[in-house]
Write a protein that binds this ligand. Structure first.
Ligand code: GH3
Ligand code: MG
Ligand code: MG
Length: 421
C-alpha cells in the first residue's frame, strides 16, 4: 500500500469514528439527536475549525487558514439556511448548494500559490472561492430555472430534489484532479485529509436529502453536526501530523532529521548497529553542477537509502546520513549497507538542467541547457559501529562509526567499513 493510500485510510478511520458511534445501535440517531448532546457538539466544529485555521496560519499555510474559514462559513450556513436567501430555502437546496460550493471553493483556494495572510492575493482568493456559493444562492433566489438546469442538466425529475446534484460530482472530480497534480508537497497530506472529509460530508448530505421530507429538523441538524465534527476531527489530525513532520522530518530530503535520530538513539539499549553514510566527492559535484543539482542528489540518495533500508534512515546533517539497525546481527547490518552501496553505484543520477522559475517548489528546466539529461555516477562511503560492551553511549557509537567512515574514505571511498569491537 502506498504511503498516500495508507494515510487516506487513517484519516478516514479518524473521520468515521464519530460516524460509527452515531450509527451504533445503543447510540442511535434518536439519542445523539438529543438536545443535550447536540447543544454540546454543535460547538465542536466551531472551536476545532478555528483552532485549525490558527494553527495553519502559524505554519505559514494560509490556504489551510482560508479553506477552514470557508468550512466554518458552510457549517454556519447549513445550520442557518435562510440567512442569505430572499425566499426561504428548503433544506434540500441548502444542502445541494453547499455540495457544489465546497469542492469548487477548495479548488479555487488550492490552485492559487501560497501567499501572506493579509495580502491582496489572499483576499482575492477568498472572495473568488466564495463567488460560486454566492452565485448559486442568488440564482436559487432569483432564477430558480437556471439554478435547476445548472445543477441537474437533463429533464427535471422529482427524484432530483432528493439527490446530490450532477454538478457536485463534476466539482468533486475537478478537486481530485487538483489534488493529484498540485506540485506542492508540503500541503499534500492536508489535501488528502480534505479529500477524506468528502466522505462524511457527502454521506451527511445524501442522508439528509433522502430523509429531507420525512425527518424532523432536529435530526437533520444533528446529522450536520455529527458530520462536521467528523470532518473537523480529520482535519485537526492532519494538521497535527504536519506539525509532527515539521519537528521530525528533514524538509529537503523528507527522511527523519537529526532530532528524531537523537531521540531514537536515547531510547535504545543493548545491541544495535549504527552506520554513518557520506556522499563521495560531493563538494566537487556542487562546484561542477551547482548547489541545486546537489540538492537533487541529496534527495535521490535519501530516497535510495530509504528504499533499501526503510525508515531507519536519518539525515545527520549536510551530505551525511545515519542508519540505525536495531534488530539485525552485525553481519546483516553490514550486508544491508553493502547492498545499498552496490545498488547506488549502479544507479545513475540524471541532471535536471538549469531552472528558470520557481512555483511552489517546482521549477521549470531550460530547454537549451546542454547538461540536462546527462547521467552522473554517485557513490557513498559508510562506516558501521556496534553498540555493546565496549561502546555504551550513543555518542561513543557515533564517534566510532565516524572513525570507520574516515577509514572508508582513506581506503579510496565507495565502500563500507565496519569497526572492530
Ligand atoms: P568526501 O568524499 O571526502 O566526503 O568529499 P566531499 O567533497 O563530499 O566532502 P566535504 O565534507 O569536503 O564536502 C561536503 C560538501 O557537501 C560541502 C557542501 O557544499 C555540501 N553540502 C552540504 N550540505 C549540503 C546541502 O544541503 N546541499 C548541497 N547541495 N550541498 C551540501
Ligand atoms: Mg561530509
Ligand atoms: Mg562527502
Amino acid at each position: 500500500m502506498s504511503e498516500k493510500a495508507k494515510w487516506a485510510c487513517i484519516y478516514l478511520l479518524v473521520g468515521f469514528v464519530p460516524l460509527f458511534f452515531y450509527f451504533l445501535p445503543p447510540l442511535s440517531p434518536e439519542i445523539v439527536s438529543h438536545r443535550a448532546i447536540t447543544d454540546f457538539l454543535i460547538f465542536a466544529p466551531y472551536v476545532g475549525l478555528t483552532l485549525i485555521a490558527i494553527l495553519g496560519w502559524q505554519i505559514n499555510q494560509t490556504r489551510v487558514f482560508w479553506s477552514t474559514l470557508l468550512l466554518l462559513a458552510f457549517y454556519y450556513y447549513l445550520l442557518h439556511p435562510n440567512i442569505f436567501t430572499v425566499t426561504a430555502t428548503g433544506w434540500a437546496q441548502t444542502l445541494q448548494i453547499v455540495s457544489v460550493s465546497y469542492p469548487l471553493a477548495l479548488c479555487i483556494i488550492y490552485l492559487f500559490k501560497e501567499s501572506r495572510l493579509w495580502s491582496d492575493l489572499s483576499l482575492a482568493r477568498f472572495l473568488l472561492a466564495l463567488f460560486p456559493f454566492l452565485l448559486f444562492v442568488c440564482l436559487f433566489s432569483w432564477a430558480p430555472d437556471v439554478f435547476q438546469n445548472l445543477f441537474f442538466w437533463g429533464p427535471a425529475t422529482p427524484a432530483q430534489a432528493t439527490s446530490i446534484p450532477k454538478l457536485s460530482w463534476v466539482a468533486t472530480g475537478i478537486f481530485l484532479l487538483v489534488i493529484t497534480y498540485l506540485p506542492d508537497l508540503k500541503i499534500k497530506s492536508f489535501l488528502i485529509a480534505l479529500m477524506t472529509t468528502f466522505v462524511p460530508f457527502f454521506f451527511c448530505i445524501q442522508a439528509n436529502l433522502i430523509n429531507g421530507n420525512t425527518a424532523t429538523k432536529t435530526s437533520l441538524v444533528s446529522h450536520i453536526i455529527i458530520a462536521f465534527a467528523a470532518m473537523t476531527g480529520v482535519l485537526l489530525f492532519a494538521l497535527l501530523r504536519m506539525y509532527v513532520q515539521k519537528v521530525y522530518l528533514d524538509p529537503l530530503t523528507a527522511v527523519s532529521n537529526r532530532q528524531a535520530m537523537d531521540e531514537r538513539l536515547h531510547t535504545l539499549s543493548g545491541h544495535y548497529a549504527l552506520a554513518m553514510v557520506d556522499i563521495d566527492h560531493f563538494k566537487k559535484f556542487n562546484d561542477t553542477y551547482g548547489h541545486s543539482e546537489g540538492d537533487n542528489v541529496l534527495r535521490m540518495v535519501a530516497q535510495h537509502l530509504q528504499e533499501y533500508l526503510g525508515d531507519r534512515v536519518y539525515r545527520y546533517g549536510g551530505e551525511e546520513f545515519c542508519v540505525i539497525f536495531e534488530g539485525p546481527t552485525q553481519e546483516s547490518a553490514v550486508e544491508m549497507m553493502e547492498k545499498a552501496r552496490t545498488s547506488m553505484e549502479k544507479r545513475k543520477f540524471t541532471l535536471r538542467g538549469k531552472r528558470s522559475s520557481n512555483y511552489d517548489g517546482i521549477s521549470i528546466p531550460f530547454k537549451k541547457d546542454k547538461r540536462r539529461g546527462k547521467k552522473v555516477n554517485i557513490t557513498f562511503s559508510a562506516g558501521v559501529a556496534f553498540a555493546g560492551k565496549n561502546l555504551k553511549t550513543p555518542e561513543e557509537v557515533i564517534k566510532r562509526a565516524d572513525h570507520s567512515l574516515y577509514e572508508a574514505k582513506e581506503k579510496g571511498r565507495n565502500r563500507v567499513v565496519a569497526s572492530e569491537n
